[in-house]
Design a protein around this ligand. Structure first.
Ligand SMILES: C[S@@+](CC[C@H](N)C(=O)[O-])C[C@H]1O[C@@H](n2cnc3c(N)ncnc32)[C@H](O)[C@@H]1O
Length: 479
């Protein structure tokens, strides 16, 4: 913390009271009235304490002096003396509470609430750190926050359980969840207990969605318990998914139980078919751009291990998808230690953002924003890298659609330079050491087009794209 903060004069209108870091229940208006009178009589007060507002530029939020601040306003004072603090990581609510203890003790209720709010804001705060700020013993704080701590613990348990079930090594789970490795080891030792309550409810005949809701688990996690020990065909049946026998996999919609609402989300049934035909239970699946998490979710239901990455980091809802930005031409990928580890994937499922399409929906740095040549170069580098990462028996399932600039042009006027077709991708794949074994049609639903749009397209002879393919490939071994 900055030890020598300066006192300056600030317009009172730039200072805001932020309820989320105010430790008292309410401002005592009687006290404000007395202070306002003292101010009018010229009685000098200590400067109030503020910090730069974290969300509103040019504004400050109060850390100490809410009664003086209210009194200045009541007395019509426009500028006040204030000390601007740089808390340098100290929890602002606890700082405010510590300041509040001196002049007028916080009530028991306020102290308890402050401890609870501080812990909710930052579950990593220790009881003794909270205790020191609010003037209570560690044990007292423990009793204030026992239920909150148990809930946080349960959330961590569920995350560890999910990541462990997907075969993510302990060291990576620890890093991802900000825990020490021993904690993960201890949790794993009690893993069976974590699964006991949902398992009991399943055996009592509750449905998967009821159990998920009751225990705060995701549905795919409950499916992973409910389907334990079952073969893949039974899993298809119990999930109510018909199994396609031919190389045409079409569905009208995504199964909302798997993956999040995400731009470019693919149906879990599609992933399940890739898993069924091209992997076996316990295999390691790798998804380098996992987005809304359909692949890890489906892997849970089909008992596959799964490592997944995405540039979008969502540690709370998708702890299993580790944050990673593929910058093939830039800094390289050597910092991803596990890519050099002995454990190589049996199956890589790669569902990249399509060129230009949905470019607005993804983050600014997504490859979908690259110009055509750079986009294609990304794929050449990426597939060459995947080839080095794969083992001889690895299968690559590449989900891709033709990209044509069909929106503005009659079909007969389209030119090849404006398009990226499946043939372009196949050329790149062959040049980077991959050989395809299957090209499976898995069309996108055309139901998303409105009748008016369809009729306009027909009149202008515009030929839309709904084709999508799953290209299955093996590394070229030179044999
Ligand atoms: C088509 S989406 C994947 C959707 C996913 N299969 C699903 O069903 O939810 C492609 C993902 O690639 C990610 N992405 C784009 N460029 C990336 C890059 N250079 N490195 C890492 N992720 C990237 C985007 O954030 C997006 O989530």
């Amino acid at each position: 913390m900055n030890k020598s903060p300066c006192t300056i004069s600030i317009p009172i209108s730039d200072i805001l009271l932020d309820e989320t870091i105010y430790p008292r229940d309410r401002i005592d208006q009687r006290r404000v009235g007395i202070f306002a009178e003292n101010i009018r009589d010229g009685f000098p007060f200590d400067p109030i304490i503020v910090q730069a507002h974290p969300e509103k530029s040019g504004k400050y939020r109060l850390l100490d002096g809410a009664h003086r601040w209210s009194a200045y306003k009541a007395a019509g004072i426009e500028k006040v003396q204030a000390i601007i603090m740089d808390l340098d990581g100290t929890d602002p609510l606890l700082y405010a509470a510590k300041r509040a203890i001196g002049p007028r003790q916080l009530s028991e209720e306020e102290t308890r609430n402050t401890a609870r709010r501080a812990f909710q804001n930052n579950p990593r705060l220790s009881s003794s750190a909270i205790g020191k700020a609010i003037g209570r013993a560690r044990q007292t704080v423990d009793s204030y926050i026992a239920d909150l701590r148990a809930a946080v613990q349960m959330e961590i348990d569920v995350k560890i359980f999910r990541m462990h079930r997907l075969g993510i090594p302990q060291a990576r789970i620890a890093k991802r969840l900000g825990q020490v490795r021993e904690t993960i080891r201890d949790h794993l030792a009690e893993m069976l207990m974590t699964a006991n309550p949902p398992n009991t409810d399943l055996s009592r005949g509750f449905t998967v969605s009821q159990v998920a809701e009751k225990h705060g688990w995701t549905e795919p996690m409950v499916w992973s318990l409910a389907l334990e020990g079952k073969g893949d065909l039974t899993r298809f049946k119990m999930l109510n998914w018909g199994l396609r026998t031919w190389d045409f996999w079409g569905w009208n919609d995504c199964d909302r139980r798997f993956g999040d609402d995400w731009p470019g989300r693919i149906p879990a049934q599609l992933i399940a078919h890739i898993l069924y035909y091209f992997s076996k239970q316990n295999d390691l699946v790798f998804d380098p751009m996992a987005g809304g998490g359909v692949t890890p979710d489906t892997c849970l239901a089909f008992n596959r291990r799964c490592w997944s990455l995405d540039m979008m980091d969502r540690p709370d809802t998708r702890p299993e998808t580790e944050p990673y930005y593929w910058d093939i031409q830039g800094k390289g990928v050597e910092d991803l230690a596990f890519l050099n580890a002995k454990d190589k994937p049996d199956l890589i499922i790669f569902d990249p953002p399509y060129f230009d399409k949905k470019a607005k929906a993804y983050s600014k740095k997504s490859i979908s924003k690259l110009p055509r040549q750079e986009y294609l170069k990304f794929f050449a580098d990426f597939f060459a890298f995947m080839k080095r990462y794969a083992k001889e028996t690895t299968t690559l399932a590449f989900i891709i659609a033709d990209w044509r600039n069909f929106q503005n042009k009659p079909a007969a006027d389209e030119v090849p330079e404006d398009a990226i077709s499946i043939a372009d991708y196949l050329n790149i794949l062959h040049e980077t050491g991959w050989r395809h074994t299957h090209i499976i049609q898995a069309p996108m639903s055309s139901e998303r087009f409105e009748a008016g749009v369809v009729s306009a397209m027909q009149k202008k002879k515009i030929l839309g794209v709904t084709s999508r393919y799953v290209i299955i490939l093996k590394p070229h071994t030179g044999k």
